[in-house]
Design a protein around this ligand. Structure first.
Ligand SMILES: Cc1ncc(COP(=O)(O)O)c(C=O)c1O
Length: 395
């Protein structure tokens, strides 16, 4: 279908929850996607940090094809071999002892919140409150939008569930002051993604860990956006030498298939017992073989090393642009989640880049966000930077 036909259909029949760019994407390979009119784009969005191995990665495609011919879905009433294997592999590579599978980042956080509440009831005299941070993003379900520290995400959804409060990010004192007799857990993104690619200060995550240990709270990391290799380590927390009690994953986990996971230490995970939480599709065979292929490629191939190397090249290139254009306030990030903060709204730059065949995204109004596949090569980074430079030169 041509772009125009798709745009007409979307306009007429799809709920209007998204402000979409006027193109329809129909095909992808590696770092490139094609629209309905045959135009090619360099993809520095990667489905918003989903396609970490690039589009149509052969290992993921093969895994999905083979499994689709064998068994696509069965209920969690039965054991599911790829799900058990995926849980083992995620635990083997992380701090965790057990995994719960669902279909999205919001659901993974919802599972973490529910688990924390059950843990609070069982072991901490009924504590239930979750502290999170301003500017955070944790999802769009009622509980996760209430945990999210952005007013615009909550607007129109009153009354919101009780038991959530936010304090400024990177402020240990504010977090400590906010803890009271109801608090059961702290939920944070190790690096804020939607909030504008905001890094933790040197002692922040370690400070949160110590605080949680001292005050008997759970530390829960939302790695939905920054997990699965995006920062150059398999999990973002590895960059900061701090382990959480609970971690959530989604986005890049399934190589493009919808799968989320909530990982937890045994002492917490055991608060989920049969009947306390569930998901029909959660951890079905198809999504789990895709996730296993992603995990294997990330841990056994060179994608993480490449992410670090290419991240440095892209960072340096963006920094050079900062030196040239005084309206660039800051370049920041880790691995291949990089942000460029402008003095003005970034949407015009994004639109111009799209016209010239480069997909980038803008978040927190003024922050251009770069999330290319971890497998990207220097040549494509240079191409992307050249387009961006050209567009910035006309601002
Ligand atoms: C850190 C973080 N948590 C949770 C979510 C929600 O994930 P999903 O859209 O898969 O529900 C997102 C999505 O952008 C995210 O960036």
């Amino acid at each position: 279908m041509k772009n125009k036909q798709v745009l007409n259909l979307t306009g007429k029949y799809v709920a209007e929850t998204y402000a979409r760019f006027p193109i329809a994407l129909v095909r992808g390979k590696g770092t490139r996607v094609w629209d309905g009119d045959g135009k090619v784009y360099l993809d520095f969005v990667s489905g918003l940090a989903v396609m970490s191995l690039g589009h149509s990665h052969p290992a993921v495609v093969r895994a999905i094809q083979r499994q689709a011919e064998k068994l696509t879905h069965v209920s969690n009433l039965y054991h599911i071999p790829p799900q058990s294997e995926l849980a083992r592999e995620l635990c083997r590579h992380s701090f965790a002892d057990r995994a719960f599978f669902c279909n999205s980042g919001a659901e993974a956080n919802e599972a973490a919140i529910k688990l924390a509440r059950r843990y609070g009831k069982e072991w901490l005299g009924g504590k239930y409150e979750i502290l999170s941070t301003l500017n955070s993003f944790h999802g769009r379900t009622l509980a996760t939008l209430t945990a999210t520290g952005q007013e615009k995400v909550r607007a129109g959804y009153d009354p919101l569930p009780a038991g959530f409060r936010q304090v400024p990010y990177n402020d240990l004192k504010a977090m400590e002051a906010a803890i009271d007799e109801r608090t059961v857990a702290i939920l944070v993104e190790p690096i804020q993604g939607e909030g504008g690619v905001v890094l933790p200060s040197d002692d922040y995550l370690r400070g949160l860990r110590e605080l949680c240990d001292r005050r008997d709270l759970l530390l829960m990391f939302d790695e939905v956006q920054v997990g699965m290799g995006r920062t150059g380590k398999l999990f973002a927390y590895e960059n900061f030498a701090v382990e959480p009690d609970v971690m959530t994953l989604a986005k890049a986990l399934g190589g493009g298939l919808p799968v989320g996971a909530m990982l937890a230490k045994e002492k917490v995970a055991r608060s989920f017992v049969p009947g306390t939480h569930a998901s029909t599709f959660g951890g079905n065979p198809l999504v789990c073989v895709a996730a296993l292929a992603v995990l294997k490629t990330l841990t056994q191939g060179g994608a993480l090393k490449n992410c670090v190397k290419m991240g440095r090249i892209l960072f340096a290139g963006l920094q050079t642009l900062k030196d040239r254009f005084s309206f660039i306030r800051e370049v920041r990030g880790k691995g291949l989640i990089l942000g460029m903060e402008l003095e003005f709204e970034g949407s015009k730059v994004v639109n111009e880049c799209l016209k010239r065949g480069l997909l980038i995204n803008c978040t927190a109004h003024k922050v251009l966000r770069f999330l290319p596949p971890l497998t990207i090569q220097r040549r494509d980074i240079e191409r992307g930077l050249a387009i961006l430079e050209d567009v910035l030169a006309r601002q």
